[in-house]
Design a protein around this ligand. Structure first.
Ligand SMILES: O=c1ccn([C@H]2C[C@H](O)[C@@H](COP(=O)(O)OP(=O)(O)OP(=O)(O)O)O2)c(=O)[nH]1
Ligand SMILES: [Mg+2]
Length: 149
């Protein structure tokens, strides 16, 4: 399936590439930091990192902002609100909320790949209020009720 999504490079993104997939069948488009100066993230601190991009996607689509496993594994850098939700009607700049869960300060340089954006189909759902729910074998069992751990 192929869907067109409009993307706009905002002032401040000059010289940066548009997001792209790093391999043919990659799920995510890598996002680049549009910081003007290197942004230093001390251990335990969080920061909203600009991408210099805005989208217009059709109804029924969302974009998820997800961490990059390499940054997470090597440096403890992840998205605090993962997966971040970009609504189809949002026209503002896409920002990435990073947190440093590592032990060392991490410098985010301009043009660095900080996260990835995955598009998902969101069905239109109508919530129907009822007084009783249909029965299932699981019932209200959850939170590990099928095992001891
Ligand atoms: O990682 C993110 C998450 C969100 N957004 C933008 C796009 C999204 O459509 C909007 C609102 O996000 P969300 O619904 O997660 O935040 P909220 O706290 O519920 O804010 P709002 O009241 O504006 O919906 O913020 C980003 O740029 N990056
Ligand atoms: Mg919201």
């Amino acid at each position: 399936m192929s869907i067109n999504v409009e993307i706009m490079a905002l002032p401040g993104s000059e010289g940066l590439e548009l997001p792209r997939k790093m391999s043919e069948l990659a799920s995510g488009f890598d996002l680049y930091a549009a910081v003007t100066e290197p942004m230093v993230l001390e251990p335990g601190k969080r920061a909203l990192v600009p991408t210099g991009l805005a989208l217009a996607m059709p109804a029924g689509l969302e974009a998820q902002i997800r961490p990059r496993s390499g940054l997470a594994y090597k440096h403890g850098i992840t998205c605090l609100n993962t997966p971040g939700t970009i609504d189809a009607d949002y026209r503002g700049e896409i920002k990435v909320l990073l947190i440093n869960l590592g032990e060392e300060a991490f410098a985010i340089d301009r043009g660095e790949r900080i996260a990835q954006m995955v598009f998902q189909i969101v069905p239109e759902v109508n919530l129907i209020e009822v007084q009783q729910l249909s029965e299932t074998v699981r019932g209200a069992g959850g939170f590990g009720h099928t095992g001891t751990k």
